[in-house]
Design a protein around this ligand. Structure first.
Ligand SMILES: [Zn+2]
Ligand SMILES: [Zn+2]
Length: 262
């Protein structure tokens, strides 16, 4: 499970030269079993052009996971499905019928997510969380802890990470240990959230609120952070200040591998 990589293909924060930034988020994830596109940014042609420059081939993607309905996360889906309809799209059950019809009309398979569920080996959805805007986040289980990827974190970034840590679904319980037969992984996986990245939705948060979130992360055992998209500059720099070398500067074109996570 070491050969995991996350490539940010769409973000409003710049990182690698030659790529376009725009409001929204999308990340391409490779795991040993499947390749996943998490969110699709707002603009399909921009998504596809960034993907091309990053040598991410639409045809090599198996699964698309949409975090929530906002157009800066779902806008690129149509263009992507024109290139590769041979995928399974995991979306929150609360999505409008029209949206779901369009996905199915494209020829893609669709899975409506309500509860936490396994998407492929070692990759999970938190299930749709939140009261107003339903949102799912992605969890990747590694030998060194869990990776959490969020779209906009509308349900609250701590409300997303907190249940992740203690959920019986992906890690701490005997079921996991017997299904994998790896007893030694228990203590490593149990308490550690190796990495949280994505939009943290703190653009308009006060310094006090942001600092509370940073200390909540510390209590939750979050080791590395890569806030981007709707996190906001103020929160990004406070996370950077408090996280030191465990802060990962995420923008479009950034590639994160296990070697980047301490
Ligand atoms: Zn949003
Ligand atoms: Zn957003």
């Amino acid at each position: 499970m070491q050969d995991i990589s996350i490539t940010v293909v769409y973000d409003n924060n710049p990182y690698k030269e030659g790529l376009k930034t725009a409001w929204g988020f999308s990340a391409f994830i490779t795991s040993p079993e499947k390749t996943i596109l998490f969110d699709t940014g707002g603009d399909g042609s921009l998504l596809l052009s960034n993907m091309e420059k990053l040598a991410v081939e639409p045809n090599k993607i198996d699964i698309v996971v949409l975090s929530h309905i906002h157009p800066d996360h779902t806008g690129g889906l149509g263009s992507f499905l024109e290139k590769n309809p041979n995928v399974t799209v995991y979306l929150p059950k609360s999505f409008p019928t029209k949206f779901k019809d369009n996905v199915q009309d494209s020829g893609a398979k669709m899975v409506e997510v309500e509860q936490p569920m396994e998407i492929c080996e070692n990759v999970w959805s938190t299930g749709q969380l939140g009261r107003w805007i339903k949102e799912q986040s992605l969890i990747i289980r590694t030998e060194r802890g869990l990776i959490v990827i969020t779209g906009c974190a509308h349900p609250g970034i701590v409300n997303i990470v907190n249940p992740v840590r203690s959920s019986p679904h992906w890690g701490t319980d005997a079921q996991y240990l017997t299904s994998n037969g790896v007893n030694t992984a228990k203590d490593l996986v149990k308490d550690d959230i190796l990495f949280v990245m994505g939009g943290f939705h703190l653009e308009w948060a006060t310094k006090g609120k942001i600092e509370k979130i940073i200390s909540a992360f510390k209590k939750l055992g979050v080791r590395s952070v890569g806030p981007c998209h709707c996190t906001g500059e103020k929160a990004r720099s406070l996370f950077e200040k408090h996280s030191g070398k465990n802060y990962i500067n995420v923008g479009v074109g950034k590639v994160i591998t296990m070697a980047d996570l301490q």
